[in-house]
Design a protein around this ligand. Sequence first.
Ligand code: SF4
Length: 116
Amino acid sequence: MLALLSYELRKVALGTCGRDYGTPCAHENARVRCPLLRVDSAQIPRLETIHANLADRLQEAKDQGWLGEVAAIETTLAAAAQKLETMRGTTARAATAMRLGMPDIRRSTRRSSSDS
Ligand code: SF4
C-alpha cells in the first residue's frame, strides 16, 4: 500500500516526477522547468498549449517592459520547447521502431542434431 501511495504521489499534471521515493519536491514545484519531470507523451497537446501561452505572456511582458518577467518566462519557454522536442523525438523513434522478431531456436537445434 505504501509503495502504491508513493507511486501515486509521483504523478503530476504533465507526466511523472523523477525524484527519489519518499522525498519532498526540492524544486519548489518548478513544473515545466524541472529537470526531473518526465512528460507523458499523451500530454504533448497540453504542453503545446502551455508553450503557446508562454509565448503570449513573453510578448506581453516585453510590451509592458516587465524585464524580470521576461527573463523568467524565457527560461520556462526554453524548457518547454526542449521537453517538446524530446517528446516528439521519442514519439517519432517509437513509430519507426523495427520489429526484429525472435531467433528461431528450432532451426539451430535441427542443425546441431544432424551434425552429430
Ligand atoms: S517540480 Fe520536479 S521534483 Fe518537484 S514535483 Fe515537479 S517534477 Fe517532481
